[in-house]
Design a protein around this ligand. Structure first.
Ligand code: CP
Length: 357
């Protein structure tokens, strides 16, 4: 399998094999965070800028931890304290950062498509850390990883996504990832917050919460996004909680080993009852732990693709060598094997392509 992406912008344009490569690589990176010294030299020499135009706790901190654990040099950018507040455009901001030799940009933005806009215009790798209501691919990957750890194969498993699907980038990335891996995906929520024709994405819609949860292997409960509501779509929070809150009674209807997920931040007492959030089926903090491993895997695989291109470019220019051999996850000089594709990653690609191209 060829893994040759410059960017990670969405799960929609990835193949099932590429998604599995990310998950398998993340599985291997999980051990790094269990060690006494949680650091490998894999990204030594790479500079990563975390470009956050929207608030974040989990995504921003886990990207930063992943970068530090891979020994990257890190720059943190927050829109509210930058020249964006003086009116500087996204493109000018990015070009100024690039002039300081940034290799990768992790970007969260309130506008859907902002990371795609940037990825087409700059040579640095762009990782989408959540764009508007479009996608949140690393959240999708960490959700898939957590489900796979508990449910093994995802093919044929009943996964129910509950809540504000309309505004949820997490739902969209989950839908693309889960359907590619063969899961049965059921969406449930207020009719005003379920997009029209969403069945075209290969999912089922069930408006009755109890019926939706019956037999579920996993329920992924979405945050009510108060900040993204246009007038009239969301009933009052009290009415929402009365109709759509997942409570302990619902969990009895799940498959015996079914799990409860939430991407965070949670509105306890609105979309999720306290005892569900803290209950035995909840794997919400495992999702957070997996987030670091997934982000290490994404940074690693994209950096490897960049290294291969740089070596190829130098060879074309007539230099003697192909540069440094590919680094392993630990940063040593042996090649890395893709568990999904079962090919040495060092030989897996000769070029780099824009995602979705
Ligand atoms: N799940 C998630 O994206 O959380 P943050 O907004 O805190 O990053």
């Amino acid at each position: 399998m060829q893994f040759a992406h410059k960017d990670l912008l969405d799960l929609e344009s990835l193949s099932a094999e590429e998604i599995l490569l990310y998950l398998d690589t993340a599985e291997r990176f999980r051990q790094v965070s269990e060690r006494e010294v949680k650091k490998v030299p894999t990204l030594r020499g790479f500079t990563v800028c975390n470009l956050f135009f929207e608030n974040s706790t989990r995504t921003r901190i886990s990207f930063e931890l992943a970068e530090k654990r891979l020994s990257a040099d890190i720059v943190n950018f927050s829109a509210s304290t930058s020249s964006v507040a003086k009116g500087e455009t996204l493109r000018d901001t990015a070009e100024n950062l690039l002039a300081m030799k940034i290799d990768m940009m992790v970007m969260r933005h309130g506008a859907s498509g902002a990371p795609h806009f940037l990825a087409k215009r700059i040579p640095a790798s762009v990782i989408n850390a959540g764009d508007g209501t479009h996608e949140h691919p690393t959240q999708g990957l960490l959700d898939l990883l957590t489900m796979r750890q508990h449910l093994d194969e995802l093919a044929g498993k009943r996964i129910v996504i509950i809540g504000d699907i309309l505004h949820s980038r997490v739902a969209r990335s989950n839908i693309h990832g889960l359907t590619k891996l063969g899961a049965e995906v059921v969406l449930c929520g207020p009719p005003t917050l379920i997009p029209r024709d969403v069945e075209d994405m290969g999912v089922a819609v069930e408006y009755n919460l109890k019926k939706a949860i019956e037999g579920a292997d996993a329920v992924n409960i979405l945050r009510v996004q108060k900040e993204r509501q246009e007038g009239g779509l969301l009933p009052s929070l009290r009415a929402y909680a009365r109709e759509w809150q997942v409570n302990a009674g619902h969990l009895d209807m799940m498959a015996p080993s079914g799990i409860v997920m939430h991407p965070g931040p949670m509105n306890r007492g609105v979309e999720i009852a306290q005892d569900v959030a803290d209950g035995a089926r909840a794997v919400i903090l495992e999702q957070v732990t997996n987030g670091v491993a997934v982000r290490m895997a994404v940074l690693y695989l994209l950096s490897e693709a960049r290294r291969r291109v740089e070596r190829g470019d130098r060879a074309e220019e007539g230099s003697d060598g192909l540069g440094e051999p590919s680094t392993s996850l630990d940063g040593d000089k042996s090649s890395v094997t893709s568990e999904s594709g079962n090919q040495p990653a060092a030989k897996a690609a000769t070029g780099i392509r824009a995602q979705g191209a």
